[in-house]
Each structure stands twice: as structure tokens, then as C-alpha cells.
Design a protein around this ligand. Sequence first.
Ligand code: F6P
Length: 545
Amino acid sequence: MNSIKPLTNRAAWKALAAHQKKIKGRHLRQLFAADPKRGERLTVEAAGVFLDYSKNRVTGETLRLLLQLAKESGLRRRIDAMFTGDKINLTENRAVLHVALRAPKTAKILVDGKNVVPEVHAVLDKMGKFADHVRGGGWKGHTGKRIKNVVNIGIGGSDLGPVMAYEALKHYSRRDMTFRFVSNVDGSDFVEAVHDLNPAETLFIVSSKTFTTLETMTNAESARAWLLKGLGGRVKAVAKHFVAVSTNAEKVAAFGIDTANMFGFWDWVGGRYSMDSAIGLSTMLAVGPKRFRALLDGFHQMDEHFRTAPFEKNLPVLMGLISIWYNDFFDAQTVAVLPYENYLKRFPAYLQQLTMESNGKHVTLEGKRVNYETSPIYWGEPGTNGQHSFYQLIHQGTRLVPCDFIAFAHALTPLGRHHDILMANVFAQTEALAFGKTSEQVRAEGAAGLLVPHRVFEGNRPSNTILADRLTPEVLGKLVALYEHSVFTQGAIWNINPFDQWGVELGKALAQRIMPELESKATPKLTHDSSTNNLIRRYRKLTRG
Ligand code: F6P
């Protein structure tokens, strides 16, 4: 198994801790002044994605030690283990092969001695045929009308990827079709999603890896009832208006969906890594099979870069290491992800599951409590909106918030000066964060007295800038894979399992216990703590009298 030393005993870790003490006071102004080429040197490009990491509080020595840490942590071995289908998800005894979802037809990736790539392509072909059929109007609803509305029902990884991708690629989507996404068990989500839809023209995709998730199954039942009500209660109608994406054929059949209309995937695809599996069916229906393949190709290009590039030129590795630097040595608690591309408005929400469900762990692979911090909190909003909201804290607050700025050379919808203005803001923000404004500069601008400290920007706020040509399906794939592998890098160094999610189970189990206590006619005997008991009693009184 694992022969590496505990993280805090590794030589590079200790050296980084000592090194941090030496350089923590060093300002980005000094680092840039000492090296006029720093802004050109500390950059790397792969598969058309450019990363400028020069505005980070790192020196050559920091990078050397971080790279050494990656080496001492066995990162190379772990990457190889993932790509070759080893069961690296130890607690669930599963391989972790989202990279197989975007592997070319000719690739060979074995799980339990069986090449999984042909199955991946068989499902892709089936999805493609189905998508063409629906988009071309050949697939008719129960009353003979063509499908105009697609509603994806799913939650977590079975929702966030599809919504994010739909929003990100809306520019390329069929504008004569309506796409909606229902996730929350709060009934208003479903009611609002279908309020203006005609059931005769609506297709539901029930997306659930397990096909047991409470929220999804509750919404799917309500969708079936809504459909049957709208189509005069004809049960036969379900077949023309429901398809499923799942790994669980038995449950799909039990729900009443013909398994011929089921699109499968496999237990070696984690929910939060599944947007490029059949879970992406809504994406394919929106943008078409060809563009979906381009998305996969983008993922694959970044996979290959991650798998083969030396660590010092490896985008995901560098981003993962830099994030560890702030998280574990500067006590930074969060990372802000700031896309300057409105189509990426759901990208931060998508990343929240990817990063925090993966690396929000408190024990090592060997089950020992970690004595260091694991995943930071990822959050964000598109720029420039965030600038008029929370950026105040990033510029002048007391917390260190490393930022990822994401921008594109070309707008998808060019409009007058808009794009230049947008991009000027990206560059201005990273410059302002890094270099700030001194009290001397503030005074020279005419401010005096009390106003001076209020107008000082300390600077030394770190950021990455990620720049690509334009937001195409291919580039979206590269971007998502970049973060997937950055998360992998972090998890490998922290020696945790990024691929399970036991932390979601307790709340689920307790909700199952509380549900009958809310719904029972007779007054239930409550045995929770006094707060929970009291809240349940109060809710019952307000709703049942
Ligand atoms: O509860 C968390 C979770 O298991 C996620 O990991 C997953 O993406 C989501 O629920 C949905 O699960 P499923 O696709 O099985 O409905």
C-alpha cells in the first residue's frame, strides 16, 4: 500500500514551513521588482490554456519545494494508478476512471481485466442517435407532437455538471428548444420548471447514478404525475416522455422507464466527475453530438497533459500545489473562482461540489485524523459583478483570499466595446490585488489625515489568471479537466480519498427518521435532542394544528 511518510514528516513539508516564515513578509512588489521577466517566466501553456501564476507569493525556492513535495508524496505513482484503472477509491473499492469517458476509441483501459473503452463509446453512440432523433423531431411524444422541452431531474453531480455545461454552452444550443433543470426537493423547483411547459412536448431525463436519491425520485414521481395529468392519465405516455441515465437498470425498470431508453454509466465514474458520461445527455441534446464530442476531446487533451507533462510545466499540478501553499502554510481558508465570462455563471457552483465533496475529508487513506488542513472553500461569481459586491473584502479585508481569474480573448457575443472593457477589468483586478496602493501614493493623489489609511491597498493578494481563446465546448472540457486534476493533485498530497463522500450520509439517514415524525397523524414519541424535538413539535403545531 502506502509507503510514503505522513505529510507533516516529509522533508519538503518541513522545508516549506521554514521557508514560509522567511518569505511571508515579502511583497509581490519586491518579487516583481527583483525579476523584470517574472510575469513572462511564471507562466505555462497547455492545450491552448494559458496560466499566469506570477502574481502568487512564491519564489523559485517555493516552487522547487512544492515540486519536491509532489515527488515525495508519490504524485506520479498516483496519477499512473488512476489512469491505469487501479482501485484507488479504497473505501468503495472502485477504480476512478472519469478519464476513460473521454478516451479515444482506440484506447485500452482495463477494469478487472476488461477494456471499458468500447462500452464508453457504445453509450456515446446510443446517446448520439437519441439526441439526433429528438433534435430532428423524429422522436414524438405520446400525442404525436415533437419534443420541444427537455427537463433534467437530478441532484449533485447529476445536476450541477449538466446545468453548468448548459449555461456555459448556451451560445451553441438549440434556441427553439427549452432546457430546464430540477434538483431541489423543495417543490417550488419542480413547479416553476414546468409551469409554462406543455406535457405533450416535454421530455424528462431522470439522471441518477444510484436511482435511489430521495430528491430525484421525489421529483421524478411528481413529474410522472404532472405528465399523466396533462395527458389524460395514459400510463403508456411515460415511455415517450421519460428516459433515464443511471448505473442501476433494476431501479430504472421498477420506476416504469423502459431500459431500452436508459443510458448507462459505471461505478467507476464518481457523481461529481460524471458530466461527460451519459449524465451529459441534456448537454448533448442542447448542443448536439458533434459539439459534445468536442467537449470530450477538450477533456482528453487536458488529461494527456496532466498524465505526461513534467510537474514544473503541468497546469493542474501547479495549480494544485499553489493552492496547498496558501491553504496549509498561509492559513487561507478559501479560494475565489472568478470567471470573466457570463456564460460561466454556474461554474463556481459546479466547482463547489467538485472540490469540496472530493477533498473535504478529515482522515488519511489509512484512516488517521489529519493534522493539517484539507480542502479550502471554493466560491465565486462572475466578474465584473463580484467587483461591485465582495471584492472589497478581497482587496482590503483581513483575510487572504487567493483568486483564480478565468478569461477569454474573444467574446462569444461581441458587442461594441464590451469585451475590451471586461478584459481591462480582469487585468486591472489582478494588478490591484498584487500591487495595491501605498500611503505615499494615496497622499500624492491628494488624500490626507484619516482618509489615508482607509484608502490604502496593501496589495500582496495572490491570483492566478487563466486565459484561453474563447469558450468553446472543447475549451470547457479543458477547463473542467484542469480543475479535476488540480483537485486530484491536492488529494494526493494530503493523502486523502477524493472519491468517496461519506459525509453526506448522516444527514440523509436522520431525514429518513424525521420524515415519519413530521407526517404521522398520531403525536410521535420524539427522542432527539431537546432542540430538534422542539423544532419538530413547533413545525407540527404550525402545520397540523
Ligand atoms: O449525496 C451526495 C451524492 O451522492 C453526490 O455525490 C451525487 O453526485 C449526488 O448525491 C446524486 O447522486 P445520484 O446521481 O446517485 O442521484
